[in-house]
Design a binder for this molecule. Structure first.
Ligand code: SF4
Length: 366
């Protein structure tokens, strides 16, 4: 166990100097990175020299983890500062007892996913776009996730196999049924690959899914929503890039990064690979108390993104999912922060601050 009091450096930087950190940029491929990920909150805290400062355990796992397991890849852990319980990356992934306390207004499906289901694994909320729940597996478990209670079992048949990476339901969508449904509606010209995280699918499975979408003549654009390029950047392989490049669909990548500290050299390389390949990359962030609810934190995030040719696209108001109330920032505060960003950054570097309201025809600017 490493106990370090160095608040200036991340765990990865400290261990790299000792030569015993296996993280991004090493020979570990992304599937191995998934297998090595930390799956318990107490282990996460111990790695950061914070043992004993977590919430009480129940039968080995905290009550919060029984509802939504811990899953943190070592690559993401390596960007946290040891000994700092307020580290903005740690706060996003550490389970807390407060998650299990019911809070008024916080519910299981805050954005109306269930009502938007048009076939198993296919949602439609907005005109012309359909969203594919490609898998229930993610490369990290974000405690504020609006799909942390999504019923993936309802989407994927029991017979489909999990990829074994963590305890979220595995399996993937029934492509034939998805294609049939997409063909029925000629107004759908854009498909969004979401989940879970679609880039946790292996290349062969992803290739079949893309081919199925490409077979629908009226679909013109593909949007891939993924946190993998940020949390396990070695997922952005040459073969992935090549597959996206040969698609007949105009392909956009939307990554998810909430704090500048999430961007290290390996993430920079992954983002550059996509941009250099002609794939536009956008970022969506969530406004999170304690993580990025200051003008300095948001400014730094936006600067680091545009320096890497990634456009800050959306800043989301927290979706009011059960268990995430402690992350909420009032909209009035969010508006103040956006106003401050406008005074500090060029217009293209200021994200649109939006809320998602169940049943609304679009995301709503705050
Ligand atoms: S990666 Fe995305 S879908 Fe997965 S837990 Fe995080 S926010 Fe939710």
């Amino acid at each position: 166990m490493v106990v370090v009091r160095d608040r200036e450096r991340t765990l990865g930087e400290i261990l790299a100097t000792r030569g015993d950190f296996v993280g991004a940029g090493t020979a570990v491929d992304w599937q191995e990175a998934m297998r090595r990920a930390i799956r318990r909150g107490d282990q996460l805290l111990r790695r950061l020299g914070l043992a004993g400062s977590g919430d009480g355990e129940v039968g080995g796992l905290t009550a919060a983890e029984r509802d939504f397991p811990t899953f943190v890849p070592l690559e993401f852990l390596g960007r946290m500062r040891p000994g700092d319980p307020d580290d903005p990356l740690l706060l996003q992934v550490v389970p807390r007892a407060i998650e299990t306390e019911p809070q008024p207004g916080f519910v299981g499906d805050p954005v109306g996913d269930t009502a938007a289901r048009i076939s198993p694994g296919l949602l439609q909320k907005y005109e012309g776009r359909a969203l594919v729940i490609a898998t229930g597996v993610c490369g990290v478990h974000c405690r504020y996730c609006f799909r942390r209670q999504y019923d993936y079992h309802d989407t994927f048949s029991e017979s489909t196999s999990a990829n074994g990476s963590h305890s979220s339901p595995g399996g993937t969508i029934d492509e034939a049924a998805m294609v049939r449904r997409l063909r029925q509606d000629r107004s759908i010209d854009e498909v969004i690959l979401s989940g879970g995280d679609p880039l946790t699918l292996g290349d062969p499975r992803l290739d079949r899914l893309l081919a199925a979408i490409e077979s629908v003549p009226h679909v013109r654009r593909l949007r891939v929503h993924s946190r993998m390029p940020i949390v396990i950047p070695q997922r952005v392989t040459e073969s992935l890039i090549q597959r996206l490049q040969v698609s007949r669909l105009a392909t956009w990548m939307v990554v998810h990064c909430n704090h500048a500290q999430e961007i290290d050299a390996a993430v920079t390389t992954a983002l550059a690979r996509m941009v250099d390949a002609g794939i536009p990359v956008l970022n969506q962030a969530v406004l999170l108390a304690g993580v990025n609810d200051s003008a300095a934190a948001l400014e730094s995030l936006c600067r680091e993104l545009v320096d890497r040719r990634v456009q800050p696209y959306y800043l989301h108001q927290l979706d009011r999912i059960s268990g995430a109330a402690h992350f909420e920032v009032p909209v009035s505060r969010g508006l103040e922060l956006i106003e401050q960003l406008r005074g500090r950054l060029p217009g293209y570097a200021v994200p649109v601050y939006v809320s998602e309201v169940a049943g609304a025809a679009s995301k709503l600017p705050n």
